[in-house]
Design a protein around this ligand. Structure first.
Ligand code: NAD
Length: 311
């Protein structure tokens, strides 16, 4: 049987991990390297030392590449994909992991001298990185890696598992719940979940698998402000290894298509299939019927017929 981390020609698969120099991303890079993949660390320029340290810990540093990049910058991201392909030939797995938490409460009402409400730059940054930087669309929503990854993978030859590539979008339990009140972060993670759902038709057409990883609390930089107290209370927590291992196994499992894998302490659960199965209980038979008919309509039409842009 062909190894899921090797191409049919025996060469290692190549993985890009955005935010791959720190936290969950760094461990994901290590886990893919240990499996035998080529790994590409895409992270902000300040992360150079951390990335260099990770790569120098590898016995075969020729299987690793660091590309300083900001996922919210289109040119940076195009360069990243170009450099990865130049070095390794093709990109097989992309983990859109980079993300950030806001540093200022969305409802802190800062005013100018005239008492007018100031725009929240902090919120804008979170939207740019977590959503625009994950998707890249001209609509200013997630996923530069998602769009570039799909574009890059569509010309890969079919793998032995019948796919041309695999993409993992990193959401969060905050992609499904709003209890922590970090508004911009929660909104972007709901956006990532929506982007994953909206990608499935195209992903199937192109032979690319798009799945979501939704971690619960994991001690890293973004949870540093409260992680000691969390631990003191004995609350369940992931390790970065738990999340990284779930990313690796989800990305290489041919069964995973449109799945959302929640990683919560000791529990790793696929939550999208049960959500879909519960539609009638959730919406009621009447609305569920309407939704099914609407879905069939768009399937028949080959998607949404878009309006022309207004002048
Ligand atoms: N830690 C948790 O509890 C938790 C829970 C749910 C989801 N997540 C998600 O997991 C992902 C990884 O987060 P983490 O906990 O490892 O945080 P982290 O801060 O430790 O790591 C994030 C990494 O992303 C990089 N990064 C940030 N902005 C970037 C940009 N614009 N371009 C390129 N790289 C950028 C950072 O330099 C850093 O290396 C994020 O998407 C986060 O939202 C984390």
């Amino acid at each position: 049987m062909v190894s899921p981390v090797h191409l049919p020609n025996g060469k290692p698969k190549t993985v890009i991990v955005t935010g791959g120099a720190g936290g969950i991303g760094a461990q994901t890079i290590r886990a893919f390297y240990e499996k035998g993949c080529n790994v590409v660390i895409a992270d902000l320029p300040f992360s150079k030392d951390a990335a260099t340290q990770i790569i120098s810990s590898f016995t075969d540093s020729g299987r690793a590449l660091y590309c300083p990049s900001n996922i919210a910058d289109w040119d940076n991201m195009r360069t990243l994909f170009r450099e990865a392909k130049n070095k390794f030939g093709q990109v097989d797995i992309v983990v859109a992991n980079a993300g950030m938490m806001e540093s200022q409460n969305f409802f802190d009402f800062e005013e100018d001298e005239a008492g007018e409400l100031l725009e929240s730059r902090d919120s804008q940054r979170v939207l740019d990185v977590n959503l625009k930087g994950t998707l890249n669309s001209e609509l200013n929503v997630t996923n530069i890696p998602l769009r570039l990854a799909m574009h890059s993978m569509k010309s890969n030859p079919l793998d032995s598992d019948g796919a041309r590539g695999s993409i993992i979008l990193t959401a969060s339990t905050s992609g499904y719940f709003g209890g922590t009140g970090v508004l911009s972060y929660i909104a972007t993670k709901h956006g990532v979940v929506g982007a994953a759902r909206a990608s499935q038709r195209k992903a199937t057409e192109l032979g690319v698998r798009v799945n979501v990883i939704a971690p619960f609390f994991t001690p890293t930089y973004i949870t540093g402000g409260y992680s000691d107290e969390w631990k003191r209370r004995g609350l369940p927590a992931n390790t970065v290894e738990d999340v990284a291992n779930a990313v690796v196994s989800t990305s290489i499992d041919p069964v995973r298509k449109g799945h959302h894998v929640m990683v919560a302490g000791a529990f790793i659960k696929e939550i999208e299939t049960p959500r879909t199965a519960m539609t009638k209980d959730w919406l009621g038979e009447d609305i569920a019927e309407i939704m099914i008919k609407g879905g069939q309509f768009f399937d028949d039409m080959g998607g949404y017929t878009m309006p022309k842009p207004r002048e």
